[in-house]
Design a protein around this ligand. Structure first.
Ligand SMILES: Nc1ncnc2c1ncn2[C@@H]1O[C@H](COP(=O)(O)OP(=O)(O)OP(=O)(O)O)[C@@H](O)[C@H]1O
Length: 454
């Protein structure tokens, strides 16, 4: 570790604290994640999911793991450095993001997911904190929970952040798949438009309650397997009809609403795959720049992985630059120096090789089945967070969920009991006499807690 000079702490997660550091030999800025628990053997380290999955991934929208160092039983991951995470951008944002910004970020993330899912991995803990941003470039980080698709269920020890957790996981399915990442992306996309979480559940039961209140309760048609899962744990869904998402996300176009709606489908098999999402009309103006072409252009002018057709046509001289029309050329590109690989060092380190794997085998679906939606008036949200609470990560075994969910017997339209919903204030937000108060009409001055432990 003496090759690095630690500059400052930039993140504190469940499993590690992350530090900005500089490689004294190359001048490269890196992020070093120092794991909280001790590792007494090298075998323990190389068997970690984060190592096993990340070392196989080589994609411009997946954060690069450069080195793994074990020193005095402490494990350090050295990553390429990114300026901030998406949650920080959302939190500090005074006005809504433009649809072009949302599109650009989501297109990149779906490319990363398509790559990862095709290779037989799924992330399982996608959330704004795990999407790292440098200018227009976004990368998926934190593979601590990543799973191989072909690994054997049941996945009992699964933990993830509640607000982005897919319903099949909440209902304790033991054989979920990469569709859990697609659900999370629907919730994240919506949050990018409104700057507020779409399903801010204060407990696992409240999470399902909030999902029902937005997308409507599931039935035999929409999710027969889900009814069975609920039956097993003796859970009764609260009865709600769906709200059109355009009411909750008024600034989003019809295409965006359509994509979010299909991502947030109860039935995992009805969600688009990442590859299918990339084909959605919402991304019609985007084009993909294959990695092989990206390396041909001069680095400072090359944005990440996405561009617009318009810019492609107009700027044929920069044919493969993929510069977004709203992108400052070169604004998001790390310098060649910053990309220099680390060749020196005395500590034991892991070689990051990259291998392919399996397909996730999901069937191809058409978007034609989703009714096209008429865009609503574009009149921004009624309020944004007055303040945001701390946002902890979770390490919550789901073992107690059956008990918690099983205790619930919810009648149509009736509020959850206070202890089931969470705090009194949460109840006040969610129940207003005869009518359910939707999550996006939080009274001014009210803040959500981003604590998400289940
Ligand atoms: N490569 C990076 N560059 C800059 N900041 C980073 C990088 N990796 C992580 N961070 C920051 O550190 C935070 C925590 O990192 P990470 O999610 O990897 O830790 P964790 O312990 O696995 O967290 P979690 O509690 O979400 O499981 C991130 O949200 C981000 O703000």
């Amino acid at each position: 570790m003496e090759r690095y000079k630690i500059i400052k702490e930039v993140g504190d997660g469940t499993f590690g604290s992350v530090w900005r550091a500089i490689n004294k030999q190359t001048g490269e800025i890196v992020a070093i994640k120092k794991m909280k628990r001790k590792y007494y053997s090298w075998e323990e380290c190389i068997n970690l999911r984060e190592v096993k999955s990340l070392r196989k991934m080589n994609h411009p929208n997946i954060v690069k793991l450069k080195e793994v160092i074990r020193e005095n039983d402490i494990l350090y991951f050295v990553f390429e450095y990114m300026e901030c995470n998406l949650y920080q951008l959302i939190k500090d944002r005074g006005k809504l993001f433009s649809e072009a910004e949302v599109r650009n970020w989501c297109f990149q993330v779906f490319q990363a997911l398509a790559y990862m899912h095709q290779r037989g991995y799924f992330h399982r803990d996608l959330k704004p904190e795990n999407l790292l941003v440098t200018k227009d470039l976004i990368k998926v980080a934190d593979f601590g929970l990543a799973r191989e698709t072909c690994s054997q269920p049941p996945y009992t020890e699964y933990v993830s952040t509640r607000w982005y957790r897919a319903p099949e996981v909440l209902l304790q399915s033991s054989s979920y798949n990469s569709a859990v990442d697609m659900w999370a992306m629907g919730a994240i996309m919506a949050e990018l438009f409104t700057l507020r979480p779409l399903f801010p559940g204060s407990s696992e039961a409240d999470e399902i309650y909030k999902i029902c209140s937005v997308i409507g309760s599931p039935n035999q048609n929409s999710w027969a397997d889900g009814l069975q899962l609920a039956n097993v744990i003796k859970y009764q869904f609260p009865q709600f009809t769906s709200v059109h998402l355009s009411v909750l996300i008024p600034s989003a176009s019809g295409d965006a609403i359509n994509l979010i709606s299909s991502l947030c489908s109860w039935d995992p098999s009805k969600r688009p795959t990442a590859q299918e999402a990339l084909q959605h009309p919402f991304f019609q103006t985007c084009f993909y720049i294959p990695p092989s072409l990206r390396s041909r252009v001069t680095a400072p002018r090359t944005p990440p992985t996405v561009g617009t057709r318009e810019s492609l046509e107009q700027k044929s001289a920069r044919r493969f630059s993929g510069t977004l029309s709203n992108t400052k050329p070169g604004s998001c590109i790390p310098s060649a120096k910053a990309n220099a690989s680390i060749t020196a060092g005395v500590q034991r380190k892991l070689n990051m090789d990259h291998q392919g794997a399996n397909n996730d085998g999901k069937s191809t679906k058409s978007f034609a089945k989703h009714p096209r939606y008429q865009p609503p008036a574009r009149n921004g949200p009624t309020s944004i967070y007055a303040s945001k609470g701390s946002r902890g990560a979770v390490a919550v075994a789901v073992a107690d969920t059956a008990e918690k969910l099983g205790q619930l017997t919810l009648n149509s339209g009736k509020p959850l009991r206070q202890q089931q919903v969470g705090s009194q204030s949460m109840k006040a937000i969610w129940w207003n006499g005869n009518d359910l108060v939707r999550p996006h009409v939080v009274p001014p001055g009210r803040s959500y807690s981003r604590k998400v432990a289940g």
